[in-house]
Design a protein around this ligand. Structure first.
Ligand SMILES: C[S@@+](CC[C@H](N)C(=O)[O-])C[C@H]1O[C@@H](n2cnc3c(N)ncnc32)[C@H](O)[C@@H]1O
Length: 250
């Protein structure tokens, strides 16, 4: 009785007139995957499969959407392990998913820069993505993230990402800071900290019309040439791009 009704409702919801209506777009915005979340989910899952220990570090927090997602993605994979529903996770140790979640951001938005390509929209301007630490803490708390799990580090990367700064071991790095100059600083910070099997996600890989001589792509190409001790294997390519890290020096 109920099943045919649900199936008819489903068929109606996915029919093009509904899917591409304003209502459909709103539904998708509410329930569909947000930009880059597929790549983050796959990364968290793979780290569990490989038993990779270390912390999560996000560079570019804004209002905390992706930091919050990363925390929940870890809890989701923990459930999958404990409930034994995914064969590839069988035998994985949920304890290896105990991480701290570091969020680095100026909280003043983007620094001054001249990286915008002609015709690119105004959101890349200095000060875009300004947010408050308090707002992010509140969002994290409201969604159930314990206070001790997340560490917000306010300030410009060249001041906060020093050789002494925590964390020491990074399993998952989410680079979401838009700019070449910012990504350069982030990658140098990561070099000694990425553990073998770590995953690096570039959120803004396709900005600047996907040009390899701009933004995150340029910074990463230079970094790879300067750090032969780190080898990168491309993992997933979606609206964002991720790489697995192999290191031969430890
Ligand atoms: C696109 S937003 C991050 C979006 C966020 N991950 C989310 O889930 O909504 C980019 C962020 O990078 C930060 N940022 C860029 N360059 C920076 C720098 N050099 N130092 C500190 N923060 C920087 C900006 O403040 C901004 O909040």
């Amino acid at each position: 009785m109920l099943e045919p009704l649900v199936l008819r409702l489903g068929a109606w919801l996915i029919s093009p007139p509904v899917r591409f209506s304003r209502f459909g777009y709103r539904l998708r915005a509410l329930f569909g995957p947000q930009h880059g979340e597929d790549v983050l989910d796959a990364a968290v899952m793979l780290l569990a499969v490989n038993g990779v220990r270390g912390d999560v570090a996000e560079f570019g927090v804004f209002e905390g959407r992706s930091l919050l997602h990363l925390w929940h993605a870890h809890r989701w994979v923990e459930h999958l392990i404990v409930d034994d529903v995914v064969p590839i996770l069988r035998g994985a140790n949920p304890a290896c998913l105990q991480r701290r979640y570091y969020g680095f951001d100026s909280f003043e938005g983007l620094p001054p820069h001249d990286e915008v390509l002609e015709g690119q929209p105004g959101w890349m301007a200095q000060g875009a993505f300004a947010a408050t630490q308090e707002g992010v803490r509140l969002a994290l708390r409201r969604s159930g993230v314990p206070d001790g799990d997340a560490v917000l580090v306010p300030g410009w990367f060249d001041a906060t990402l020093t050789p002494e700064s925590a964390p020491e071991s990074i399993a998952l790095a989410h680079i979401d800071c838009d700019l070449y100059a910012s990504t350069k600083v982030v990658l140098e910070f990561l070099a000694p900290r990425l553990v073998d099997g770590a995953i690096v996600v570039f959120d803004d890989w396709w900005l600047y019309r996907g040009r390899p001589d701009r933004g995150e792509q340029r910074a990463f190409a230079e970094f790879r040439a300067e750090h032969p001790e780190l080898r990168f294997v491309e993992l997933l390519r979606s609206t964002t791009v991720s790489f697995l890290v192999h290191r031969d020096d430890r």
